[in-house]
Design a protein around this ligand. Sequence first.
Ligand SMILES: Cc1ncc(C[n+]2csc(CCOP(=O)(O)OP(=O)(O)O)c2C)c(N)n1
Ligand SMILES: [Mg+2]
Length: 677
Amino acid sequence: MTSATTPPTADPALAQRSIDTLRTLAIDGVQAANSGHPGMPMGCAPIAYVLFREVMRHDPADPAWPGRDRFVLSAGHGSMLLYASLHLSGYERPTIDDLRQFRQWGSVTPGHPESNDLAGVETTTGPLGQGFANGVGMALAAERLAAELDPEDVGIVPQRIYGIVSDGDLMEGISAEAASLAGHLQLGRVTYFYDDNKITIDGGTYKAFSEDVLARFDAYGWHTQRVEDGNDLDAIRAATEAAQADPRPSLIAVRTVIGYGSPAKAGTAGVHGAPLGEDEVAATKAAYGWDHEPFHVPSEVRHDFDARERGAEQRARWHAAVATHRSAHPELAAEFDRRVVRRELPDGWEEALPTLTGKDATRKHSGAVINALAPVLPELFGGSADLAASNNTDVEGGGDFSASDRRGRNVRFGIREHAMASMATGMALHGGVLPYVATFLIFTDYCRPAIRLASLMQEHVIYVMTHDSIGLGEDGPTHQPVEHLASLRAIPGLTVLRPADGHETVAAWRQAITHDGPSLLALTRQGLPDLGERPEAPMDKGGYVLRDVTPSGVDEATGPEVVLIGTGSEVQLCIEAAELLAADGIAARVVSMLAVETFLSQDQAYRDEVLPPTLGARVAVEAGVTFGWERIVGGRGRIVGIDHFGASAPAERIFEEFGITGQAVADAARASLSAQG
Ligand SMILES: Cc1ncc(C[n+]2csc(CCOP(=O)(O)OP(=O)(O)O)c2C)c(N)n1
Ligand SMILES: [Mg+2]
């Protein structure tokens, strides 16, 4: 794993002008937008210069080249630093006009970097700490991929992960989780520069942050260094080289000055997140010896910074390594091509999907799916936050991924849900692996910021969340999710799947694997009955008619009078209720709503077929808050749910006490029928 570095420019004055160009572009972008964060780019410009100009292997002509180094701006508020660096490196976008459009409607230069807007932005950042953990996930994916597909280290996975992290990033708990795991797993591809400027929004870090950060990272098993002067390019270069040479992940604390160069504002919180103002812009540019119109890029700076020629060479070297690898290991090369270059699933993988019958917990069915798919989908790579046996996520016989075994299939994330979820996003962004991560559904609260960002980015992550209701029983209300399904469904772009038996669990996994976005599986602890063989295709529509139950003596063609809609463990209650109703001569339809979002995205005709508009009598049942089900049941409908916390007792008793029963569903159906106009 070598990092080709480009020699520094021979003229230190030119390097200085390049750095000042980064600074002035950031100043001008923020000034033009009349909002944004100039201070961090002004302080960190030398770090970005050394990284983009000398250290990183990247090619502006092919920003997604798989062997490139990844740059993560964890302190996403410093977005103009990234945009200016990409521009000066020679990326097609952002253009100078794009920089002028900073933070404007429809621009590729939004307030915080968004990975889907602009090539070269490796991940969407802004919520502090997330980028830190994303980068650790990228390194994890790279390690596994290299061990799996490049056993002789020919160099087809040479990438390293560089990042800039701020005080805020290192105060956030998620970075502690991710750093702890990165140290434990010795993810030496990670090199983070800590923007040690001793300032946050509320003022000096002395107010709230006084630990010895490097001692903390030493204790995590990181290689740590200090650069005393953030403008000392040679010191930054030397620290980078030392970081590359060390097998541990690296943190380089660089003593910087926020708003460097601003006579009135440097070193103060005032320059963190507000334009300098015209007078101070002028004073700052004078201090740099900069006498140009806004957004000016001197031609010699363009030439100095331009990464295209060396990027093309670096990429050519990578292609040569890929060719060497291909002749030595054609099968591994084909696999690399499929997973990393084409990013496709293997032909025929679906044939490995099992048929799961019989009564069992959906978490167990899910474990069976994972193990059936593991041999045919080697990219499926993940694990649990210390609940593997409960979540049923282990690939049996797959071994553990560890510092000494990079081929291990199961990741032991430890009790670090937040970092786990964020690392999964990084793994997906990296490519070549299809990450799945697991914990109890209740602890999606600990994952939520990362799930939200994965949804914003539409990254392909599978969350396996078990123990999905009061049905987990004795552990009680601290462990029983109530509001979680509703709150997860409220996240745009996240598909929440709650299968009702083995057949639906298989369908849910198939959908999660084929859907190029995040999916969350909500699975039971308790056993659920097999609802019978049935075609799979309707399950893909999210909600479908499971059964129409017609009372004896009634013509089937008459159709149902009431629709009972359930998810997961409550679908069986709908069937029970339908039978009770049938005994009273009422025809009921049972709809299984495997994924509400997917159902709602179907065309009107299909939705009307499942839920005929003429049928106002409807009941939805789910062992969680009723919030959101109004959308499905409408004004005359009834909702059977739990709008309060759970309780500690055997599961059956809790369902009974809280009125989540077939009888309650049948009663609600009668109430809905009589409420009809
Ligand atoms: C999780 C999260 N909390 C709060 C914020 C709002 N915020 C943006 S930057 C920042 C802290 C600024 O301090 P630092 O990270 O040191 O950046 P600097 O001011 O040095 O650029 C805060 C609180 C955020 N972006 N993310
Ligand atoms: Mg700071």
